[in-house]
Design a protein. Structure first.
Length: 90
């Protein structure tokens, strides 16, 4: 999935920064956080844009079901630089 999204080659999914992903989710548009081995949905928060990647709000289903957590829970700090964010633009 990550390879398909790389370079904005998957129609209507575009690379964004973590602030853009959170803003898109806050506006009701799909956004994801992804690495080669994990993907999570960026979910709306209280309408703010986080100051650091670790504060981006996520939800996921997998080994653990999360409705509302953060990037800091989903990935260890030493992997935050690996996370790519993509959002749907119509």
């Amino acid at each position: 999935m990550l390879d398909s999204l790389y370079g904005n080659s998957f129609p209507q999914w575009y690379s964004v920064g973590f602030t853009g992903a959170q803003a898109q989710a806050n506006n009701g548009l799909p956004a994801i956080a992804i690495t080669y081995d994990h993907v999570a949905i960026v979910r709306p928060n209280d309408g703010t844009v986080p100051s650091e990647v670790k504060y981006v709000r996520i939800t996921q289903a997998g080994n653990t079901l999360l409705n509302d957590s953060t990037i800091a829970w989903g990935w260890p700090a030493d992997r935050h630089s690996e996370i790519k964010f993509y959002s749907w633009y119509d």
